[in-house]
Design a protein around this ligand. Structure first.
Ligand code: HEC
Length: 185
C-alpha cells in the first residue's frame, strides 16, 4: 500500500464506522429524526446478510493501521519537546486529548459550549455533541482546515481559539511550541 493509501484509510475507515454507528443511533430518536424512526430504518434487515461477518476483521484492520508519521524536518524537535510540557501543563489540552490516543476513553464527546463553538453540526448527531478528535497524524489531513468543518485554517488558529476561549494566557513562544508539538504527533 502506498503512503497516500495508508493516510486515506487511516482517516476514511474510522470515519465510515463512526458514521454507520451514528446513522443507526440517529434513526431511533423519534423526536429528533421522525421520518427515519417512523420508517424503522434503525431496524432494517436485508437477507442474505453480507456485512456482519466482515465487521470483526474490518475492526482489526482499522486498529492495526499505522499512524502516519510526520516527514523528517517538518517540525522543530526542540520546540515540540517544549510544546509537550505546555500541552500537558498550562494549556490543559491533555485533560481532553489524553495520550497515547489523544482522545478520551469511553464516550469521547463534548457539547459545543465546552469548546467554544456553535452547535449547528452537533445538533444533527444523536447526543448533540462533538467528538474529541484524536490528534495523532494531524499533518496527514492538514489541508482543508481543522475541527469537524475545517473552520480553523491551520494549527496556529486552533491554538489561538483555545487560548482565547479558555483564557490560557499563553505567550507567543508557548503557542509556537504547542504547534510544533501538534505537528510532531
Ligand atoms: C474540553 C475538551 C477539550 C480541550 C480542553 C481541548 N480540546 Fe481540542 N478538541 C476537542 C474537541 C471536542 C474537538 C473536536 C472539535 C470539532 O470537531 O469541531 C477538538 C479538536 C481539536 C483539534 C482539531 C483536530 C482535527 O483533526 O481537526 C486540535 C488540533 C485540538 N483539538 C488541539 C487541542 C489543543 C492544542 C488543546 C489545548 C490548548 C485542546 N485541543 C484542548 C476537545 C478539547
Amino acid at each position: 500500500m502506498t503512503p497516500r493509501m495508508v493516510r486515506w484509510f487511516w482517516v476514511a475507515i474510522p470515519m465510515q464506522i463512526l458514521v454507520i454507528g451514528l446513522l443507526v443511533a440517529r434513526m431511533e430518536g423519534a423526536q429528533q429524526y421522525p421520518v427515519a424512526a417512523k420508517a424503522r430504518l434503525g431496524h432494517k434487515q436485508n437477507g442474505p446478510d453480507l456485512i456482519t461477518s466482515h465487521l470483526g476483521p474490518l475492526h482489526f484492520y482499522q486498529l492495526a493501521l499505522p499512524v502516519p508519521k510526520p516527514k523528517p524536518g517538518s517540525f522543530d524537535a526542540a520546540g515540540a519537546s517544549r510544546g509537550s510540557a505546555v500541552f500537558a501543563g498550562k494549556a490543559r489540552c491533555a485533560t481532553c486529548h489524553v495520550p497515547p490516543l489523544f482522545t478520551e476513553s469511553g464516550w469521547n464527546t463534548h457539547k459545543a459550549t465546552e469548546i467554544g463553538i456553535d452547535d449547528f453540526q452537533a445538533n444533527r448527531s444523536p447526543d448533540r455533541s462533538y467528538r474529541t478528535a484524536p490528534l495523532r497524524g494531524l499533518t496527514s489531513h492538514a489541508k482543508g482546515g481543522f475541527y469537524h468543518d475545517g473552520r480553523f485554517a491551520d494549527l496556529t488558529a486552533v491554538v489561538e481559539h483555545y487560548n482565547q476561549f479558555f483564557k490560557l494566557a499563553l505567550t507567543d513562544a508557548d503557542k509556537r511550541d504547542l504547534v510544533e508539538y501538534l505537528k510532531s504527533l
